[in-house]
Design a protein around this ligand. Structure first.
Ligand SMILES: [Zn+2]
Length: 101
């Protein structure tokens, strides 16, 4: 059995993407790239987008839990760093393009 969870990547100048991370019991982890391919964690283009003929790498959303109440600014965020009460759970979810959907 594998476990799956939704993770988000911010791609500078392109936007926010929601994709799936799949983990196997023995520890293998793969992430679905913007083009639909599954790539192993550590792959140089683990999450990247083709944009105007270039490959642009995404930055995984990282959360730092603070006292700031999570709000619409977090839900609609485009950057990769979340600093509010949700710790990254909601960051960019309102604007993210879902990969593979
Ligand atoms: Zn938040």
């Amino acid at each position: 059995m594998t476990t799956e969870r939704t993770i988000r990547y911010s791609v500078p100048g392109v936007g926010m993407f929601a994709t799936t991370e799949r983990t196997w019991p023995h520890g293998k982890v793969m992430v679905q790239n913007a083009d639909g391919r599954w790539l192993p964690k550590g792959h140089v283009n683990l999450f990247s987008v083709q944009h105007n003929g270039r490959t642009i790498g995404g930055k995984r959303v990282r959360g730092v839990v603070t006292d700031h109440q999570c709000d619409a600014a977090c839900l609609n965020a485009k950057g990769h760093l979340c600093e509010c009460s949700c710790g990254g759970a909601n960051h960019g979810a309102g604007v993210a393009v879902t990969v593979g959907a």
